[in-house]
Ligand binder design. Sequence first.
Ligand SMILES: [Zn+2]
Ligand SMILES: [Zn+2]
Length: 921
Amino acid sequence: MPHELPKAYEPGAIETRWAEYWKDQNLFHASTPPEGHARNVFSLLLPPPNVTGRLHMGHMLNQTEMDIIIRWHRMLGDLTLWLPGTDHAGIATQMMVERQLRSEGKSRLELGRDEFILRVWCWRKQYGGAILDQMKRLGASVDWEREYFTMDENLSRAVREVFVRLYEQGLIYRGKYIVNWCPDCGTAISDLEVKHEEVPGKLYEIRYPVVGSKEFITVATTRPETMLGDTAVAVNAKDDRYTHLHGKKVFLPLMNREIPIILDELANPEFGTGAVKVTPAHDPNDFQAGLRHNLPQIDVMDERAHMNANAGPYAGLDRFEARKRVLADLEAQGFLVGSKDYTISLGKCDRSGTVVEPRLSEQWFVKIEPLAKRAIEVVEKGYIRFTPDNYKTIYLNWMYNIHDWCISRQLWWGHRIPAWRCGECKEIIVARTAPAKCPKCPSSQLEQDTDVLDTWFSSALLPFTALGWPEPTRDLDVFYPTSLLITGFDILFFWVARMIMMGCWFMIPPEKPMRPDQKPDSPEEALRNSVPFRDVYIHALVRDAERQKMSKTKGNVLDPIEVIEQYGTDATRFTLAAMAAPGTDIAFNPSRTEGYRNFANKIWNAARFMFMNIDRIGAGQAPSPPKPGLKGVDGFTATTLEDRWILSRFNGVADYVNEALEEFRFHEAANRIYDFFWGEFCDWYIELIKPRLLLEDGGDKSTAQVAASNLVALFEASLRLLHPVMPFITEEIWHAIYDGNPPFKSIALAAFPLADPKQLDLQAETHMAILQDLIVSVRNLRAELKVEPKVKTPIQVYTYEPEIRTLIESNRNALERLASVESITFMDSSLAKLPGARHTARFDVHLVYEQKIDVEAECARLKKELEKYEKNITNAERQLGNESFLAKAPANVVEGLRKQKTENESLRDKSRKKWDELGCK
Ligand SMILES: [Zn+2]
Ligand SMILES: [Zn+2]
């Protein structure tokens, strides 16, 4: 039966078909192995995209890298698990649904909590699968059977379990704290969600009269409206200027309130007047000072950042309006000393862009220090490795300076905090399930906390909760710790650091679930095995072709799906892999993707050539199924130099690629495969065996059959080498090789090539390099002399090495075919001095060719050329000499003109030289 492969390579059709096939066949499902299984395990957690998400280039890079690694491990024979899922994404999803409600003229509050949450679930059902559908189109080899959602019941139960345990261990507490409050989102947000911006602002100086004296104390602030909540003025005990005021009070303007002068380190004698106002409810440092001195905390704003009743006459005003009014009133009453320009570091909400207000509120916190301590230890001991390794330092620095984590959010969508308040005695009850009555008093009037947990709280637990924790599952035994995490730098602290803290807390006994028959590890082993992953690879950013960050405002965002539709997933993946040098951002240029589409095309055409010939010869049996652990290429009979050479090269490349992937050097793996497949295999090897294959070498059918078998064996092995980077085209051709009857359901289940040292042949590589050098030299000489393609030329060769002479003589055929050589004459002495000869360390070569040139026509042509260059030079010089032009022209235009001038000058000089040589007039 003839091998079938359509004439034209059309990635779209092939890719959709295989993506569906892989999913339908459930090919990438990792079934839980029984006790005593002996296979290596490689497991990987997909950073769960938000349900609100759409695939962007960052995901595409991330998923390409993960897919390459997991396909490679699968082909190495490992038991592989790539666990997919989506994140409920608290704020993002809630905002999305609220927006939808608004467009219907409704609000969340009108609907009520239960109704609203139902609405979010509906939204999720309708739209939440979009990003995973896109992943399916990409053919990501994840285990779809294990897909999870962070709000699934089993995962939610695990979240409650963790919360309750931490609470019982005293590591979760409730407290009034200054949090970053977003008035727009109506919730506390973590430090990480606040983006700081340097903006020009004003520093206002206000004077407070000292009670019972004619003196004033002057304080400075950038947020004058907060003075309404001042409860003290602080001076430094060492500041002589204020010694006589110790123990006195000042009068707070506008509020008609007396507040104490306190002695505190908060006041720096070196800065300004050395006195500072203290507003415990609206500033984190003042809050701490307030605790030290037992000051009242007067909150003057509500959750929308409007002034409240504590702000007296300003109640009801927006904070910025209040600022204007406070300043005007202070000025009118003679308390405003003045103002000066001042650069303010303004914190804005990452999501809404609203200025964040430090605000006092009741929140839940994780006491982070004990968790951080372990998370530092495992990284310092090398139990988790970072690539590139500079992220280790970044991680550790952050860990050393970590603050308690505010985990409550004033949202409706998310894991509701498992805490209840007794309506009678106000007792707080934290429990796994809703308690029936209060343990302190018999009241059953219990109300659950209305807040939900920070989205990152549940995602920090995923490496173990997604594998069944707190149950002692087989999956936890087998797949935890996961082998690798690939993610972006932007979520190093949000997510990576917190997974490490949580993993190293909950996957060590007694928190780690153990079956009665399980033997505990030694303490050090237990710590080593508590990590959520052994390796973290932080991938780079994908920028546009000009190295600009992609952003909606700049309009330079590339949609990966569009690139895929134009060039195919394989070519898009290859582009990302070929540029993914660790630690280096990727300047994504679709023209490169076009180049890799051509690469796929080249492979396609080579496969068609192969099929045509093996069908004609009636040979080239499909190679036997490649078994895992098999080294080298099976079924390859190396009879000629090119056979020995390509076999050796293949093994060398396989070795290199395995090593590069081991160290996440995706770019080196991809580029080496590219050079091998296109350059060595298609351009050299196939060309070199053509005479044998086409029976043009006077050989018989049996040599053609050997050549055909070799070709198929090597092609099949090369497809396996390329498969992790270009999964679709390799699958398509591989199935064609086996004529629809492959030994496995997919090439993805075949073995990845490993080098066989016995198939390495350095002599063949050296000889082939010389031969290639000779062929390329002759081709270059022909090009220089503009020899017509159909004209064959004799060459003269000199070499002092008999071995090389033999090599050339025995490969005469190749030279004749690939370099259009008519005959070879070996010379007795060096040709180095001969004009136009090429001299190398191993040989000299000279082309015997009489140039027949029509001198008159050539001179006429040169004359025209010279005129053109002169004109270009004069033009450039004229513009470069024009001062007013230079003043206005953009730098790149001027640069372009300079370049144009020098280029034309050099072209002119070349033509003039020829002009002189030919004796033109
Ligand atoms: Zn916000
Ligand atoms: Zn009670």
